[in-house]
Design a protein around this ligand. Structure first.
Ligand code: SUG
Length: 446
């Protein structure tokens, strides 16, 4: 018998240093908006409103805390010394590119936090997580250790959850987590097909215009570590990567039986479909929904982020809900494609829009901001309750953000040593709110 399970969303709370410094080659929004002034307070409030929307629909929602930034440990490790303020000051003076990497609020994009395999698909019946090493970009490679700690606080029961360490820190195992993984199934608690989408092979000479961030070997390692069943490996479309789809979740989203994707998403679409069908076997009948380049050119896709939507099973609704970014509504072609999905007789019943513009300007849509974790009732009960989002936590976090976040941050402001103390005050208060203990952040452990 299939045990009932739900898909929980764990959203990354936007950190106080959210900024536009152009750190990600191949991420067109990040490159285009480099140098602009951000609004960290608006960013965190947008993220909280999105969480509220899902919680109000009756979906389990959790909050993942931001990381401590500036990352002074990085700057000390590369030779900057003195007091914390001096380290930051010297780094900005001598190596601004490194200093800006140390300030990034990128852990907010929780789809890159880890790859997750639910207990219905693992050999030992536990939920397995491998935090992503995010090796391709310096600012993101700083995340793995704290993300591991964070997941161990949220999923503390080792009898039910296995939070592995990130894969070895070598380009061979470059791993970007769940942004390149889709799970399809008849029902969340039923056996699933795990579709692992990779951009390059470890030994391959990649000559693309933009980096291919995920290796096939990284996902093979994750599959082994998790004892994951029913894996399918598919190569990401080279054209998609070169057109600005730096993760597969920019061109593809799936849930339950439904895989929605763009024509450019897979190098060999027919092989991917045949493999998914074969592995799904008699567990379920996959439904493939493709949007063509003629209907949505890659350029409109990347601007609108139609596929970076959350595809949700909402209690009480018989068809799926697509929660798309406001930019999809603003783009005539993407909007038409979204409306066509909802008015067809297919698996998607309606499309809703959400404003996450601050994140979008760094290339992170609704789907980037969340890590999906399928949990049985017993597993859900074994999570840290203080991180479970509800209207009371929403109120507390809104007030916390109003108190601690700036409403304007130019890249040059990141050099302000006052930011170090501001961020620490905010994070110290947050550890109390989210029940993370007094030793969660590096500054709390010295
Ligand atoms: O890794 N942007 C992130 C966006 C991640 C989106 N996640 C998913 N698609 N799942 C990235 O490129 C930009 C930071 C800057 O430029 O300051 C950045 O890191």
């Amino acid at each position: 018998m299939i045990s009932p399970a739900v898909e929980a969303n764990c959203d990354g709370l936007v950190g106080p240093t959210h900024s536009y410094v152009g750190l990600s080659p191949g991420n067109i929004a990040s490159q285009t908006n480099a140098g602009e002034v951000s609004n960290p307070r608006a960013a965190v409030l947008e993220g909280l409103s999105k969480m509220r929307r899902l919680a109000d629909w009756g979906l389990p929602q959790f909050v993942l805390p931001p990381h401590e930034r500036p990352d002074l440990a990085l700057l000390r490790a590369i030779g900057f010394s003195g007091s914390d303020a001096q380290v930051l000051e010297k780094a900005w003076k001598d190596a601004p590119a490194l200093a800006s990497a140390a300030c990034s609020a990128s852990p907010m994009w929780a789809a890159n936090a880890a790859t997750v395999t639910p207990s219905a698909d693992t050999a030992d019946g536990r939920v397995h997580f491998t935090p992503a090493n995010l090796l391709t970009n310096l600012h993101r490679s700083l995340e793995g250790e704290q993300t591991t700690r964070s997941l161990r606080r949220l999923f503390p029961d080792e009898a039910r959850f296995a939070v592995h360490d990130p894969l070895p820190a070598h380009a061979h195992f470059a791993d970007e987590g769940a942004a390149n993984h889709v799970r399809l199934c008849a029902d969340h608690g039923a056996p699933g097909v795990n579709l692992f989408v990779w951009g390059r092979e470890a030994w391959e000479r990649w000559e693309g215009r933009f980096p291919a961030r995920q290796t096939r070997e990284a996902f093979e390692a994750v599959e082994r570590l998790h004892g994951a069943a029913r894996g399918v490996f598919a190569r990401q479309g080279r054209g998609a990567i070169n057109g600005g789809a730096f993760h597969n979740d920019v061109v593809c989203v799936g849930t339950r039986e439904c895989l929605l994707f763009h024509e450019s998403a897979f190098e060999d679409r027919a092989a991917m479909e045949a493999d998914v069908r074969r592995v799904a076997d008699d567990h379920f009948e996959p439904i493939f929904v493709e949007i063509s380049t003629a209907d949505l050119p890659l350029e409109d896709l990347v601007k609108s982020y139609l596929f970076n939507s959350q595809l949700l099973v909402v209690p009480g609704e018989d068809r799926l809900v697509l929660l798309a970014p406001g930019e999809t509504r603003d783009n005539p072609r993407a909007h038409a494609a979204a409306q066509a999905l909802a008015s067809s007789n297919g698996p998607i019943g309606r499309v809703e829009y959400v404003d996450v513009r601050q994140s979008m300007r760094n290339g992170g849509g609704p789907a980037c901001l969340r890590l999906r974790v399928v949990l049985s009732e017993a597993e859900l009960a074994a999570t840290n309750p203080a991180q479970r989002f509800d209207s009371a936590l929403h109120d507390r976090l809104n007030a916390w953000a109003e108190r601690h976040y700036r409403d304007s941050l130019a890249p040059a402001d990141l050099a302000d040593p006052a930011l170090i103390t501001e961020v620490r005050a905010a994070l110290d208060a947050l550890t109390g709110i989210l029940g993370l203990g007094g030793d969660f952040y590096p500054f709390q452990r010295v």
